[in-house]
Write a protein that binds this ligand. Structure first.
Ligand code: ADP
Ligand code: MG
Length: 223
């Protein structure tokens, strides 16, 4: 399994009680598989994605990414692993205002010490695949919301990640644009063989995935 979450529990301290945010979730995503993660607002979807993305250490449970059990890894090793094996797309594209579309994607290779000729070629290939071959030198201010999310998707795929994590990547787009970007995300994820976890509110988006896992709000509060 490319991504494996076992018994993931996240609690946060709230005064004198511990609130359970994620309650013992098990989840596995294989290479090339797309899993939709759904559930009501507050059910812990984004929190679980942060755990899978190695940004948040769970209170309990184990995380395995690309065959590496990261549970006991130190921060530095986790950061290095995250940079090369995990791609993320959020609701906002989070692009750097002064960089062109091409530079947004190149920067990922640069920070991982891999910006060479091959990488530059891959940047153009990715941006072409997401339909931006004529917008390579456009800055975020010159791009539509849908185009910005396409850049974010290309950026997430730049390092050939084992795992692609997307947290409501189309929630800020109009329905037609949202459907296009979602279809593109699923198509590209399939093409590059990533294990994809897609948080979505949208039933149609979820239906495009191979499977759906639904979270409920944890009922219990531990005192
Ligand atoms: P979802 O993405 O499904 O809407 P989240 O993962 O964002 O849910 O949040 C789940 C619940 O946990 C929410 O009620 C949220 O307010 C709460 N929560 C998340 N992070 C924290 C935190 N660091 N401290 C306190 N409460 C938190
Ligand atoms: Mg959320």
């Amino acid at each position: 399994m490319s991504l494996q979450l076992n018994g993931i529990t996240v609690t946060v301290r709230d005064g004198r009680t511990d609130l359970i945010i994620v309650d013992g979730v098990d989840l596995a995503v294989a290479a090339g598989e797309t899993v939709a993660l759904t559930g009501p607002s507050g059910s812990g979807k984004s929190t679980l994605l942060s755990v899978a993305g190695l940004l948040l250490r769970p209170t309990a449970g184990r995380v395995t990414v690309a065959g590496v059990d990261v549970t006991d890894l130190k921060d530095r090793a986790r950061t290095r692993l995250r940079g090369t094996t995990i791609g993320v797309v959020y609701q906002a594209a989070n692009l750097l205002p002064s960089l062109t579309a091409r530079q947004q994607v190149e920067v990922v290779a640069h920070v991982n010490g891999r910006l060479d000729r091959t990488a530059r070629g891959r940047v153009v290939e990715l941006l072409t695949r997401v339909g931006l071959e004529d917008r390579l030198d456009a800055r975020p201010g010159e791009l539509s919301g849908g185009e910005r999310q396409r850049v974010a998707l290309a950026r997430a795929l730049m390092m050939e990640p084992t795992v692609l994590l997307a947290d409501e990547p189309t929630a800020a787009l109009d329905p037609a644009r949202a459907a296009e970007v979602n279809a593109l995300l699923l198509e590209e994820a399939g093409r590059w063989g990533t294990a994809t976890l897609l948080v979505t509110h949208d039933g149609a988006d979820a239906a495009g995935a191979d499977r759906e896992i639904r979270l409920e709000r944890p009922a219990s509060i531990v005192v």
